[in-house]
Design a binder for this molecule. Sequence first.
Ligand SMILES: NC(=O)c1ccc[n+]([C@@H]2O[C@H](COP(=O)([O-])OP(=O)(O)OC[C@H]3O[C@@H](n4cnc5c(N)ncnc54)[C@H](OP(=O)(O)O)[C@@H]3O)[C@@H](O)[C@H]2O)c1
Length: 261
Amino acid sequence: MLLPPYQSASATQRSFELQPGDFAGRVIAVTGATGGLGTQLCHALATAGATVVMIARSEKRLDALYDALLAASAPTPVQVPLAQDKAAEADYAELSGLLASELGGLDALVHTAACSAAPMPLGDVSQADWARMFAVNVSAARLASLACLPLLRASSLASLVFLLDYKPNAYWGAYGVSKQALHALMSMLADETEGMRDGSGHPRLAVNGYDPGPMRTALRRKAFPGELENQSPQPSARLGPLLSLVARTDRQQTGSALYHD
Ligand SMILES: NC(=O)c1ccc[n+]([C@@H]2O[C@H](COP(=O)([O-])OP(=O)(O)OC[C@H]3O[C@@H](n4cnc5c(N)ncnc54)[C@H](OP(=O)(O)O)[C@@H]3O)[C@@H](O)[C@H]2O)c1
């Protein structure tokens, strides 16, 4: 099986916006919830009525996001403090148990968490950094997805989305290689689950990837410290295709890797 080639998000997906109530009653978990894209995503999901499960490593930043979502009259969000470079299978089993017992299930899981470093030649990447980036960018995404799979299987319209970065250019180091591994993980998981169909023949669980392109966030600043503030868009400008994948606007779409051009 070849990896699915990246396809440009359609104009409809790029301009997709949620309406209030679109996600009422749905439970959606976001890793990297306090990051640049993660924060914007949590706001968009919550204002559309979702109960957002915010997974992030800093309790202080989680508290601030919790307060901001409540101030926007969103359903009470759930905070899950988790350092994903250290988390093990048992932590994700606990997360899945909490989702089942406290929220009654899970409808979507979006992996935005990513660990990156300043660009450098592969020979300069320390083994410790290599291992940490693979732990967060690949292993944690695998463990969280597998732990949540039974809950997603029970949802009537489930979505699993991985944030990708499609160019493994020179000097992208462990981050660049790990994102290629994540692309493969997404594709294999989509293949392994695509046989699960609903009564209308649509995949019960959609598994897709999305590369939002350059966005003005901490991750981008680390890679391009000299870039001016207005040289790359804010993450809010790149949400459309991601939200449309979570909302399953194309009920057949699974195993695809979209990018925002
Ligand atoms: N920005 C871009 O130009 C760009 C381009 C293509 C793809 N992407 C992808 O888009 C996604 C979102 O990136 P972003 O730009 O929003 O980056 P960001 O602002 O740096 O957010 C990354 C998030 O990952 C979290 N994280 C890092 N290490 C972690 C760990 N050990 N345990 C738990 N969480 C950890 C960070 O936590 P803290 O909040 O505690 O720092 C942060 O919330 C990423 O998957 C990235 O690869 C970004």
